[in-house]
Each structure stands twice: as C-alpha cells, then as structure tokens.
Design a protein around this ligand. Structure first.
Ligand code: MLT
Length: 263
C-alpha cells in the first residue's frame, strides 16, 4: 500500500489479524527484511511493515531524515490505520526511530522490541564517518554503500553459509535511493542519546542481539537491558547485526514467546 503521509509518499504492507505489531527496518534496507517475521506472526497478529522515507518503495523528502521525522511518519501511518496502541519493534535504525517515537507518544506503545540497536548517540568520529559515507552515496550510488556495508552487517557464518541472505540484503540496499541513504545518514548523525529515556519505558520490552553483531554489539543491548525496567534480553548465536534474517528461527521463537506473554 502507498499513501501520502506528511511530506512523503509512504509504502507499507500489512498481513494478518489480531494484535497490531509494527516493525521498523534497519538502514538502508526496507520492509522486506521482515519477511521471516511476517510469515511467522501473521497467523495471530496484524503485522505492519513500513518503508522509511528514502528506502524501499517510499518517496524521499528534501530534508534530512532525522529520527524524529521518521517517527512522525510512523505516527502518521498509525493515524491513517486508526491504530491507537501497537507493539512497536525496530531493528538498529528502526530502534533509534522507536526511541524518538516513545519520547513523544509513549501512550501509543503497548510493548517494545529492540533488536540489534543501541541507546548511544554517535561519537564525533562516527558522525564524521556518516558525512563521508553520505558523500559516497551521492557521488557513487547505492551499490558503493552495499559494498561498504555488507561485510559489517552479517556474521562470518552467514557470509559463508547463507549466500541467499547476503544476496537479499544487497538487493534491498540497492533499492534505497542515494539521496535517501545520504539523508538517513545525516539524520542518524544528529540523533541524541536515549539513555535518559530508558528508565521511563513502562511497557514490556524485548531486547534481542546477534552474538556477533559488530555494529551494535551485545554490550549495547546489555546496557539497555539494565536500564529498561521490564526488559528481557535474548542473545542469538551465529548471528551478526541482522539477527532476524540470519537466524530467523531463534529470532521468531524469542518474539513469539514475548508477544504471547503480553495477552
Ligand atoms: C542500521 O542497521 O540501521 C545501521 O547500521 C545503524 C547505524 O548505522 O547506526
């Protein structure tokens, strides 16, 4: 489905009926990264997977894609779908957006899922790197970004044994527009730390991390688990940063147990 929401045309997909679950994708992928979770959850949940602006089939705006703007897009989508409260999940950049959403609309989040993400802001060096990568995207296109990011996104075992996952991730990166990639990079560079928010998160929270996640390592998840009162942490062996795609069975089992504990 596609509709103009706020400043952009947003694309999203819906599957199933029941408890509404909204899953926010990583940078610079798109909603298709959630295919194994949609297949699993849609038997008992209404699963909604948007493409962030500048990613997948969504349009791109002129301004930087700050986490606040991406959260406003999500809020707009929930309004269009008339969903007052949802279980909200966000992997990596999706998690940064979930934090921005929670800051403004905590009453709309019934439960939270935070896979492979972190509460810290970028370091000065990290910010500089984002600006350099944004320039590469604008100069050389999305393929250059796929080349830079793929080795870091997936665990060595995935690179060796799951070529279909590597290919699917590459394809999703190629579907993001260079402008969308650059604007999201500048948006992530501008994000604040979220540590102050964590003790105030009231809803049940599931934190998941791939044991070999080099981009948002397990220590980041452990820090979030310590600070969020009603949280559970699950570590997934033989998974890197995209644990939901690398080890979908372990990921889905954690998600299923968590969601069924809510009702
Ligand atoms: C992501 O997977 O969304 C990004 O790697 C997050 C980041 O670069 O901080």
């Amino acid at each position: 489905m596609k509709q103009h929401i706020g400043k952009v045309e947003l694309a999203w997909e819906e599957a199933g009926r029941g408890t509404p679950v909204v899953l926010l994708h990583a940078f610079p992928l798109n909603r298709r990264m959630w295919a194994p979770q949609v297949a699993e959850l849609s038997a008992r949940c209404r699963v909604i997977t948007p493409d962030f602006r500048g990613h997948g089939e969504s349009g791109v705006a002129e301004e930087d894609s700050t986490m606040e703007r991406l959260a406003e897009d999500v809020r707009g989508l929930l309004d269009v779908l008339k969903l007052e409260r949802v279980a909200l999940g966000g992997l990596s950049m999706g998690g940064y957006v979930a934090f921005a959403f929670l800051r403004r609309w905590p009453e709309r989040v019934a439960a939270l899922v935070l896979p492979d993400t972190r509460a810290s802001a970028d370091t000065e060096e990290g910010r500089k790197g984002r600006y350099e990568t944004a320039a590469v995207a604008e100069r050389e296109g999305s393929a250059a970004i796929a080349g830079q990011m793929l080795p870091k996104l997936l665990a060595p075992a995935t690179h060796e044994r799951k070529p279909e996952v590597v290919a699917a991730v590459r394809e999703m990166i190629l579907e993001a527009s260079p402008a969308g990639i650059a604007r999201a990079l500048r948006g992530m560079a501008a994000r604040p730390a979220s540590f102050d928010l964590l003790p105030h998160i009231k809803c049940p929270t599931l934190i998941i991390v791939g044991e070999q996640d080099g981009l948002t390592p397990p220590a980041d998840s452990e820090a979030m688990a310590k600070a969020i009162p009603r949280s559970t942490l699950v570590k997934i062996p033989e998974a890197g940063h995209l644990s939901n795609l690398e080890q979908p069975e372990a990921f889905n089992s954690a998600l299923r147990t968590f969601l069924s504990s809510l009702s």
